[in-house]
Design a protein around this ligand. Structure first.
Ligand code: PMP
Length: 394
């Protein structure tokens, strides 16, 4: 009996009670009250460490962390919760792959194919490891035919987004995965935006690594996930060292824990994981397909309203919840400032995707991003405010 109604969904977000209009969810999503409550309860009443002390609250916290891990495994359709690693965010997850996996396997002149659509967090870690190993980063347009001509026995890794944070484009991961594995390379998918709007089944799609951040999926900041195939995680050595990532140690050496614990040195983001677990529980109440259909319709409406304005150039794909554009002769940041004065939150600039900006031939864009908690009134208020801004700036 899952359902989605706009009114009920919106009621769960305390931030929607303010006067402003929030259209910056691709940067970070608003949080449901249940997440806030779970976080406060941990800090106010049940503060304890995880995996260390043996008192009641500490044992509860330890259990909660593994419950949340199982929740994430279910969300991604991973075959085992030992394939889920807690990190600080998508950025740290991808750096972990680069340093714990790629740095060990890459030889000079090996190739890492990286799409041109990528957020800097799915480019810079590869540039770093390329410098460390003598491997090369190869630019790829994200077009499937081009992948077939770029890929070779030198290719060890292919890195691609699940959904572009600039254009909203979702590449065909099934086909890409097939091609990548024909060449015995591994596929790294940046799910930071994709997981928010689409189902993902890492097992069926045969994805080797999948990274995302909790904060874009109605969860807390400072928490992320790395999914990795068990067989790969087992062969990888650790990146960070410290407490609880080892079985035994002396001054000579150490023996690392099994996955996932060997990758989780130090006290985890306990409050974050507990808050995210509440988010994931809450998410199971909703018919997310229905929610996404609604968001798509709202995106369609937004784009049709924007299309009525003159001198506007779109960069985003049809019906994407991420809508990016520019207004001729008007600087994107001027628009952001004038919208902010009218209590409207959007994002402007390079969106951490400089190579893509170069390809699009601009130095920045105006981005509004929609979630199932946005309504038509948000869009209408935004359009009116944008018209005001254009009048002032044109
Ligand atoms: N990839 C994409 C596509 C993103 O949109 C973002 C966040 N802007 C990231 C990666 C990085 O996420 P985080 O900063 O939370 O690590």
């Amino acid at each position: 009996n899952k359902d989605f109604t706009l009114k009920q969904f919106r009621a769960d977000f305390p931030a929607l009670n303010s006067n402003g209009v929030y259209l910056d969810s691709a940067a970070t999503a608003l949080k449901p009250q249940v997440m806030v409550d779970a976080t406060v309860a941990y800090y106010a009443r049940n503060t304890a460490t995880a995996k260390r002390s043996l008192h009641h609250d500490a044992l509860q916290v330890t259990a909660a962390i593994d419950k949340a891990r199982q929740h994430v495994a279910n969300l991604l359709h991973a075959s085992n919760n030992t394939e889920i690693i807690w990190t600080r965010g998508a950025t740290e997850s991808i750096n972990l792959i680069a340093q714990s996996y790629a740095r060990c396997v890459l030889q000079p002149n090996d190739e890492i194919i990286v799409s041109e659509l990528e957020h800097h967090s799915n480019l810079i870690p590869w540039l770093i490891v390329a410098k460390q190993t003598g491997a090369k980063v190869i630019k790829w347009s994200a077009n499937i035919d081009e992948l077939s001509s770029l890929i070779s026995s030198r290719t060890k890794i292919v890195a691609i987004t699940h959904m572009s944070n600039v254009t909203g484009f979702c590449p065909n991961l099934a086909t890409i995965s097939q091609i990548v594995h024909q060449y015995n390379a591994i596929l790294v998918v940046d799910g930071a935006q994709g997981i928010v709007h689409h189902d993902i089944d890492v097992t069926t799609l045969d994805i080797d690594f999948y990274a995302f951040s909790a904060h874009k999926l109605y969860g807390p900041t400072g928490l992320g996930v790395l999914y990795g195939k068990q067989s790969l995680l087992e062969q990888m050595s650790v990146w960070h060292g410290g407490g609880k990532m080892l079985k035994s140690t002396s001054f000579d050496d150490f023996i690392q824990e099994d996955t996932p614990y060997k990758f989780e040195a130090g006290t985890p983001n306990i409050a974050g994981i507990i808050g995210f677990n509440a988010t994931l529980d809450w998410l199971t109440n909703w018919d997310l397909k229905k929610a996404e259909n609604y968001t798509e319709q709202l995106a369609h409406y937004t784009k049709s309203q924007l299309s009525k304005l003159s001198n506007l150039q779109f960069y985003s794909v049809e019906n994407s919840p991420i809508i990016t554009f520019n207004l001729n002769d008007i600087h994107h940041n001027d628009v952001a400032i004038l919208l902010s004065e009218q209590n409207i939150a959007i994002r402007t600039g390079e969106l951490c995707a400089q190579p893509l900006m170069n390809k699009l031939g601009c130095h920045g864009v105006i981005r509004l991003s929609l979630m199932p908690y946005n309504n038509k009134q948000d869009v209408d208020t935004f359009i009116l405010a944008l018209q005001n801004a254009i009048e002032i700036l044109a």
